[in-house]
Design a protein around this ligand. Structure first.
Ligand code: SAM
Length: 347
């Protein structure tokens, strides 16, 4: 096999086989990385120009009924600081976000039973009524099809649910036995059928991950054809069973982001907080690898340190929504511009 030929094929036909992807990942070097960066960037420019879309992230709850082995807010972490935002607090975040120029609000949280369907649809409907021009994205985990439908009917447009890994045996090593890849896939399918713009994705360098797992992730994403893909490095949290596992690298994360861009040319691809956490200039490097979205934090200052999914998670500096001007400067310094735009998928 020849890396150059695989890269050309990725660019021309937006595809590659499992073996080709494995070969490319395992044999990666500076030269293949630079070639992929340049092609991924030009693909993103072709479809979205030099626009970078911003999403205001509101972390609504750190309570979670799940016990994912990698996650700092897992149920068993007795040291996690728990909080949940009320409807009024969430609306206040949106008000501030709107004034700062955000036209997408992302409500993310643990799976918290406090937010019954009635409470959650009340919150979504209130945001929809106050901000008819904004997109509402949810990232609240696995729910029944009926619940997803109710959220959608109340005004939600998009849903982020990472598949985490497309390999069932790997999924089982990262999650407690109550959670299964089959159910996650069913949730993703339901979201798509209801009409959401859907995002899936995975962590890079999660424990037990192999190159074959990564290649399967890339092929799954291609076949699922999501509108958004969230990829960031795994970062250990000191109060989880994976406390002593090594973090994923920015280098591999960026390499995979370029492949995602080439296989899914129009996808909305965030340069994630986790990437910005392991590398000071991670977000800029993500943009130069074909990313076109950033998601600054709009949560109230008082709770930001409590939504600790992993150690040292960024929530201030340019990661913070209120530092929008600083973010704009950093993005402009690499030749891009932050836009006030819903930034919908260009299907
Ligand atoms: N509960 C919802 C869900 O599971 O989709 C949304 C919140 S969940 C904490 C959001 C994402 O955080 C997960 O999909 C996971 O990939 C990521 N995450 C959790 N722990 C992480 C860690 N230690 N390092 C990097 N990312 C992590």
């Amino acid at each position: 096999m020849d890396a150059d030929k695989i890269i050309d094929k990725l660019y021309e036909s937006c595809g590659a086989s499992l073996e080709e992807l494995e070969f490319l990942i395992d044999g990666r070097n500076e030269e293949t990385a630079q070639k992929l960066f340049a092609l991924a960037r030009s693909r993103a420019l072709e479809h979205y120009g030099n626009k970078i879309y911003v999403r205001g992230l509101v972390e609504i709850s750190s309570f979670c009924k799940n016990d994912c082995l990698y996650c700092g807010i897992r149920r068993s972490n007795v040291n996690a600081q728990r909080y949940r935002l009320t409807k009024d607090e969430i609306l206040e975040c949106c008000r501030e976000g709107w004034a700062l120029g955000f036209r997408t609000f992302v409500l993310q949280g643990g799976e918290d039973a406090y937010y019954t369907d009635d409470i959650m649809t009340g919150i979504i409907a209130a945001i929809r009524a106050s901000y008819p021009d904004c997109a509402i994205t949810l990232s609240l985990g696995e729910k029944s099809r009926e619940t997803y439908q109710r959220y959608y009917d109340a005004g939600a447009n998009r849903y982020l649910l990472r598949h985490e890994t497309a390999t069932p045996e790997h999924y089982a090593k990262l999650h407690p036995k109550e959670l299964s890849l089959a159910n996650r896939m069913e949730c993703l399918q339901n979201l798509k059928e209801i009409g959401y713009q859907v995002g899936c994705g995975f962590m890079v360098g999660s424990p037990y991950q192999t190159t074959a797992d990564l290649a399967r992730d890339l092929l799954f994403i291609k076949s699922f054809a999501p509108q958004m893909v969230g990829i960031g490095p795994f970062i250990p949290h000191h109060d989880t069973p994976f406390a002593h596992e090594p973090a994923g690298t920015a280098e591999l994360t960026l390499f995979l982001l370029t492949i995602v861009r080439l296989m899914n040319p129009k996808v909305l691809l965030p340069a994630t907080t986790a990437l910005g956490t392991i590398e000071g200039d991670g977000r800029e490097r993500g943009i130069l690898a074909g990313c076109n979205v950033v998601m600054p934090n709009l949560s109230p200052q008082s709770v930001r340190k409590k939504y600790m999914l992993y150690d040292n998670k960024l929530s201030s500096g340019e990661e913070a929504a209120e530092a929008r001007a600083a973010l704009e400067r950093r993005v402009e310094a690499i030749g891009y511009r932050v836009v006030t735009d819903r930034g919908d998928y260009k299907g």
